[in-house]
Design a protein around this ligand. Structure first.
Ligand code: HMG
Ligand code: MG
Length: 287
């Protein structure tokens, strides 16, 4: 089994999308430039969603235009529909992501349509991205529990994940959107998903509401997953998932990986400095 873990940094997107106080565009740019020096290969930079739905991400184009791109890093973005894709492409996003839900309630609240309708919206994105040579990642949200529908049947997660891959996503990130998962429920969910999708095409995306995210990552590693999403400073949550806390803290994942002898390629000292930087910006914005 590989002793390499890939950490996909979510802070600038999943982290900052949920900040109540508006974070200045220049600070977002500085955060991404600092993250670029930490050793990541992928940084989710922003999202091209409706600015009315998520005002915090309204400056996505300015953020992409302002960052200093380091060769070898993919600067990625969320795209809910073809309009978002066109904006992402114009901004030079290296990779885009479509985001489906494994539960109907969250699909309606988050992107204003059913799961079936969301796949209709994703099809032209994947088609255009293929023609443009832009990789597409897929998210499946609420993989264990939905804030509106309650527990999510693992079979639904398997179905949505398989469909995302079949339509052309290179990987599916399994989102415990509200941080409800435990090692037990994570393993039960993965059991079902791994019957239809190989571990190397899956990523774990754990929010840390109950402080179980690291344990859930451990369970996922045991079941063969090697890619995990995390956010610097444990920033964030989802504005349409009440009570959701931030993604698991990048520094905590990097330290755990090091202790377990997994190579992440991340520089712990630079992560610590970057965490300090963004937490001070957050504090200043809230003051
Ligand atoms: P809608 O209102 O149904 O969209 O929203 P619409 O197509 O009817 O358009 C309404 C207006 O929005 C129009 O403008 C469109 O042009 C505009 P108007 O004519 O009224 O002036 N519009 C856009 N503008 C800019 N960029 C766009 C765009 N699309 C439409 N892409 C929509 C549907 C999907 C757009 C909306 O619901 C939305 O933006 N939702 C995104 C919500 C969001 O960002 N949630 C957080 C990210 S998901 C997450 O955090 C989970 C994840 O981390 C994994 C996990 O944890 O599980 C990924
Ligand atoms: Mg998330």
């Amino acid at each position: 089994m590989s002793k390499k873990l890939t950490i996909f940094e979510m802070g600038p997107r999943d982290g900052l999308q949920n900040e109540k106080a508006l974070i200045p565009t220049a600070s977002k740019i500085e955060l991404i430039n600092r993250l670029s020096e930490c050793g990541f290969k992928k940084i989710e930079t922003s999202s091209f969603v409706s600015p009315k739905w998520v005002p915090q991400m309204a400056d996505a184009a300015e953020v992409f235009a302002g960052i200093t791109r380091k060769p070898g890093i993919s600067y990625t973005a969320l795209t809910p529909n073809i309009k978002g894709y066109e904006r992402a492409k114009a901004s030079g996003a290296d990779e885009v992501a479509v985001f489906a839900s494994a539960s109907e309630g969250f699909s309606q609240k988050n992107i204003n349509c059913s799961i079936a309708e969301s796949f209709e919206r994703f099809a032209p994105i994947v088609e255009a991205a293929k023609a443009d040579g832009i990789p597409v990642r897929g998210y499946a949200s609420c993989v264990v529990e939905c804030p509106y529908d309650g527990p999510t049947p693992a079979q639904n997660v398997a179905m949505v994940s398989e469909r995302l891959l079949q339509m052309g996503c290179y990987e599916v990130s399994l989102g415990d959107t509200i941080g409800a998962a435990t090692p037990e429920t994570t393993e039960a969910m993965l059991d079902a998903v791994l019957k239809v999708v190989p571990a190397e095409k899956l990523a774990g995306h754990f929010h840390d509401t109950k402080d179980f995210a690291l344990a859930n990552i451990m369970s996922s590693i045991k079941m063969g997953l090697r890619t995990f999403d995390s956010a610097i400073g444990g920033l964030g949550g989802c504005p349409y998932a009440p009570g959701a806390k931030g993604n698991v803290n990048t520094l905590a994942v990097a330290k755990m990986a090091k202790l377990l002898d997994y190579n992440t390629g991340l520089d712990i000292e630079k992560l610590e400095e970057t965490q300090e930087f963004i937490l001070s910006i957050k504090e200043a914005a809230a003051a």
